[in-house]
Ligand binder design. Structure first.
Ligand code: CA
Length: 234
């Protein structure tokens, strides 16, 4: 089987450290992914356009065009291929999060290869869910534009963090269905062991504060949450 073809999809890895790139390749390949590796940002960007990978693992610290620039250029080109950043330092994390690049997740070096593979799986799962959906969803007066990752309450745009957006989009795509906190954590966060149940409550509270009366999120006491139109209308 050629290295770039596999049942689980092609993952492009852009990493200038050859040893790390090899470890990532080995672990992704044994998990059933096809892997293509590039060692600098410009070649990475070219490979993204050429190969249309299912997801990109993007080192932030790259020679020439760095990972943040690569992602910025992708998004400017309306390329929403999921990106999992690999960072070496905390200040890089701040940069990724602060820039709202539409990064799907990140791992900090040193990372466990197993964790990286799990994160890739969860990033792909989330992006496939979103790709199958219509580009914009409306519930009550809330509109969620999945392609642009923008949310409106009536005519007003509401600025959400990436996680708040993912949580709202997940619920709004399934109106009226009730989800437990555990279920939401595994679907939205994707790695249940790291997030406590309070995490969901905190994010729901933030969403309600930002959406105000337009919030469609209903609390199901002792269980979890749902989004429905009646909640927003009350
Ligand atoms: Ca590097």
């Amino acid at each position: 089987m050629p290295s770039d073809a596999s049942a689980r999809g092609l993952i492009l890895v852009v990493e200038d450290d050859h040893a790390i790139a090899d470890v990532i390749r080995m672990n992704l390949a044994s998990a059933g992914y096809g892997v293509h590796i590039e060692h600098d940002g410009a070649a990475g960007l070219d490979a993204i356009r050429r190969l249309k990978p299912a997801a990109v693992i993007l080192d932030v610290g790259l020679p020439g065009l760095d990972g943040v620039e690569v992602c910025r250029l992708m998004r400017a080109n309306h390329d929403w291929t999921p990106v999992l950043f690999v960072t070496a330092r905390d200040d890089e994390v701040d940069r990724i999060v602060g820039l709202e690049l539409g990064a799907d997740d990140y791992v900090t070096k040193p990372f466990s290869p197993r964790e990286l593979v799990a994160r890739v799986g969860s990033v792909l799962r989330r992006s496939q869910g979103i790709a199958d959906a219509p580009p914009a969803l409306t519930l009550g007066s809330v509109r969620v534009d999945l392609g642009e990752r923008r949310v409106f309450a009536g005519d007003l745009e509401v600025a959400l963090t990436a996680t708040e957006f993912d949580l709202l989009a997940f619920l709004i795509r399934r109106p009226g269905r009730v989800f437990s906190r555990e279920h939401l954590i595994s679907e939205v966060w994707g790695y249940s062991a790291l997030a406590g149940n309070r995490t969901v409550d905190v994010h729901v509270a933030q969403l309600r504060a930002k959406l105000g009366a337009a919030s469609p999120i209903r609390t199901v006491r002792g269980f979890g949450y749902a989004a429905d139109e009646r909640t927003a209308a009350r």
